[in-house]
Ligand binder design. Structure first.
Ligand code: DGL
Length: 272
């Protein structure tokens, strides 16, 4: 088995896995959620890097030739160091890809006003990775980032559909529209946030497009594999998905089954 590995701090990466499997069901996948140490979004650069590298190494040990960081925070804070400093030492033939670049690439086609909002974790917003990536590709676009520190916790604690979530969702939407009233597109720059979609739709004014990442990341991966046959041929094609969590599996199974709409039986592992 040489599956595609997908990593997130917790449940968020399941929104990426879901879209990738929908587009490319024939490959094998391994999902790893570091639920015991989520959220990452309020942690320092050094800690996110250290935890992400541990997860990547573990997915490599499980046989993954390719790992997707299904987490914006890890993509913003750890991806470049892992690609440039660690991969050449660990195994230069393996690859680690993130979710920010594929998301930044599509925004030029979507925004007409050239004013775009980003909702993300405090870590992703502070890193300014979206601002930099979008500026490289579309210098005419003005980006306003809003950190949403509570949103990941609402999802990890399965409070995303509760009435209490309304307050935090509305508050950040208000912050964004106050900061830039000309926005016509908002990127959900955290893979947990699609699980809050119903609430976000409720409070976002009509005419503003809400952009979850999964579909774009999936298509970008498909293009990547088409352009890298040497990698594509290494990935096993049994159509399976297996799940690992650093927390107790019972709760992971319950939540992940709801998020993925299929039964999930996860195994517990520890990362170090
Ligand atoms: N899903 C992660 C992201 O995309 C959230 C991280 C967290 O705060 O744990 O940024």
């Amino acid at each position: 088995m040489s599956p595609i590995g997908i990593f997130d701090s917790g449940y968020g990466g399941l929104t990426i896995l879901r879209q990738i499997r929908r587009l490319m069901p024939r490959y094998d996948y391994v999902y790893l959620g570091d639920n015991a140490r989520a959220p990452y979004g309020t942690r320092s650069f050094e800690v996110v890097y250290e935890f992400t590298l541990q997860a990547v190494r573990r997915l490599f040990d499980m046989g993954c030739p390719l790992v997707i960081l299904g987490c914006n925070t890890a993509s913003a804070k750890a991806l470049r160091s892992i690609q440039q400093n660690d991969l050449p030492k660990i195994d230069p033939t393996r690859r680690v890809l993130g979710v920010i670049r594929p998301t930044a690439e599509i925004i030029g086609k979507i925004s007409k006003t050239r004013h775009v909002g980003i909702f993300a974790t405090p870590g992703t917003i502070r890193s300014r990775t979206y601002d930099l990536e979008i500026a490289k590709l579309f210098p005419d676009i003005q980006v306003t980032g809003i950190a949403c520190p509570m949103w990941v916790s609402l999802v990890e604690n399965r409070e995303y559909a509760s009435p209490g979530a309304d307050y935090f969702v509305k508050k950040r939407i208000d912050d964004l529209l106050t900061a830039d009233p000309d926005i016509d597109a908002v990127i959900l720059g955290c893979t947990h946030y699609p699980l809050l979609m119903d609430k976000i739709r409720t409070y976002m004014p009509g005419g503003i497009e809400i952009i979850p990442q999964g579909n774009y990341v999936a298509h970008s991966l498909q293009d990547y594999l088409a352009n890298h046959p040497e990698m594509q041929q290494r990935i096993s094609q049994g159509g399976t998905a297996s799940f690992y969590t650093t927390e107790y599996p019972e709760q992971f199974n319950e939540s992940a089954s709801v998020f993925l709409d299929q039964p999930v039986e996860a195994h517990r592992i520890t990362l170090s």
